[in-house]
Design a protein around this ligand. Structure first.
Ligand code: FAD
Length: 478
């Protein structure tokens, strides 16, 4: 099919095509961009800052940086990014009207707000005769494509993963366009500065991350050297043992298929790293089929759980001042870098929910605002997993002991020393529980509890018994 000529342009010039970029901020292995480029028509890459799609502060910072990186890459192949702000429907239709575009290309997304917005646009496009081409989003599977033997959606990870690993075939890579044809005139665009977030708290994130496609490619390449140790290293927060690809995946700066292709030798179902990508797809699958996942307990028996008022306790947790060093190290890593190690995410989340009895949705909200990899499906799926209220969740009686977890997974205390420097001089295992250290040791490490570092805000043994009794009285069952 040949594209329609652009009104007012010579008959042989095809009308431009809009590629609407969202969570796919990359040139390589990008089906929507590849299809538009392959048409030979001028291509107009558009990103819309849509205020109806709320994202957190750390994500806004990442998005601003990533859009700037994308624009630079587009300029290197003769193109540029058009940035708009407002409701997506209005902005896309306006761009179509301004440019005479004949086609709209986009890669799918699967969260409730995105699905709603995309459905509106498809309906309106049909009405005005704009051709819409949708392509699979950055997942290993389309969430409607995998079914249990009974024909239902999956609710349990292991059979889901087994089926996905059996059925998955990596698609051929979509090549990175070497050149994009520019339209005769570019439509108006906001300056990229309009997407920039210059918050005072962003310096630590800027020091840690390189948002954009080349940052993602660098991390993928460096993973070659550590993938063999992933199984052992992935639970050690002091080690650089995981990929740190999560924010790049959240913004689609790297294709999940490209990651798979690189490591898929052998039986994928037994590959620990690919299995984590499977969890990512599983949570997306859950959110697609159960759009209330971010708001409601999957297991409604948790609806009557007597949560405590968040208040000052929530603030102490957020600021990393709970008196449990591993929890505080994690919360400070999150605040300083926009990311937290997975093992420590589980420990801090369990502490909030089970030791402080604060509703998991409060923690989910804080992570949503502060994580550079904030992703609705992953965040809500994992918070419900820790709470015990989710599909295929940890059982409610699994309560992480922050001190033993700390000793097991940060045995030398290096992670704590880095993020809780006021405890850095405490020797040996005392760093995991400074309140149990002898007074002389605290004094020679320069720590006065209650002044330099807080005493534990709650006694874990008591809190554990309390949580179990509340859970048992309310009898939330799976
Ligand atoms: P790696 O170990 O290198 O794993 C590779 C990829 O697999 C990750 O980039 C990620 O895309 C995926 N992955 C790994 N672990 C999980 C998991 N448990 N669930 C789903 N996908 C996983 N991850 C997010 O991407 N966004 C979130 O908002 C998010 N919120 C979380 C909240 C809580 C309470 C918990 C316990 C976990 C959350 N996770 C979230 C999952 C996990 O912690 C991160 O994906 C992981 O730490 C990212 O680091 P990495 O890229 O080095 O992971």
């Amino acid at each position: 099919m040949s594209p329609a000529p652009h009104p007012g342009s010579p008959a042989h010039t095809p009308a431009p095509r809009i590629v609407w970029l969202r969570r796919d901020l990359r040139l390589d292995d990008n089906p929507a961009l590849d299809a538009a480029a392959a048409s030979g028509a001028p291509v107009i890459p558009v990103f819309v800052l849509d205020p109806t799609e709320e994202i957190g502060g750390a994500s806004r910072w990442w998005r601003g940086q990533s859009l700037a990186a994308l624009d630079t890459s587009l300029r290197a192949i003769g193109s540029r990014l058009i940035l708009r702000a407002g409701r997506s429907l209005d902005q896309i239709l306006r761009a179509v009207a301004e440019t005479g575009a004949s086609h709209l290309h986009f890669n799918r997304r699967y969260e409730p707000a995105g699905l709603r917005i995309d459905a509106e646009i498809v309906t309106e496009a049909r009405r005005i005769g704009l051709e819409v081409h949708e392509y699979p989003g950055n997942r290993l599977h389309e969430p409607w494509a995998l079914k249990t033997l009974k024909g239902d959606s999956f609710r349990v990870f292991t059979p889901f993963w087994r089926r996905l690993a059996e059925q998955y075939r990596s698609p051929q890579a979509w090549p990175k366009p070497q050149q994009l044809a520019a339209p005769a005139a570019w439509p108006t665009s906001l300056p990229l500065e309009a997407a920039a977030e210059h918050a005072h708290w962003s310096a630590g994130m800027a020091a840690q991350w390189q948002p954009g496609e080349s940052g993602a490619a660098g991390l993928l390449a460096s993973l070659d050297g550590k993938i063999g140790e992933y199984g052992d290293a992935r639970d050690r927060p002091a080690r650089d043992g995981t990929s740190r690809l999560s924010p790049h995946l959240a913004w689609g700066e790297i294709s999940v298929h490209a990651i798979w292709r690189r490591f898929a030798a052998g039986n994928p179902a037994e590959h620990g790293f690919l299995r984590e990508l499977g969890w990512r797809d599983f949570n997306s699958h859950l959110l697609y089929h159960f759009p209330d996942l971010p708001k409601r307990n999957w297991n409604s028996r948790f609806d009557s759980f007597p949560w405590a008022q968040p208040g000052e306790a929530l603030r102490s947790w957020q600021r990393g001042l709970t008196g449990y060093p591993i929890v505080d190290a994690g919360m400070r890593q999150l605040w300083q870098t926009g990311w937290m190690h997975n093992r420590v995410r589980m420990i801090t989340a369990s502490f909030l929910i089970k030791d402080l009895l604060i509703d998991w949705r409060e923690g989910e909200r804080w992570f949503w605002d502060t994580l550079v990899d904030a992703d609705l499906a992953q965040n809500s799926g994992n918070w419900q997993w820790v709470a015990g209220s989710g599909a295929d969740a940890a059982p409610y009686f699994r309560i992480f002991n922050p001190t033993t977890q700390s000793a097991k997974f940060d045995p030398d205390g290096d992670y704590i020393r880095h993020f809780v420097p006021e405890l850095a001089k405490l020797p040996g295992h005392h760093i995991h529980a400074p309140d149990l250290a002898p007074a002389s040791m605290l004094s020679s490490a320069g720590v006065t509890l209650g002044r330099d570092y807080p005493r534990p805000m709650v006694d874990h043994a008591m809190a554990r018994t309390r949580a179990l009794s509340l859970y048992q009285n309310g009898k939330p069952q799976r």
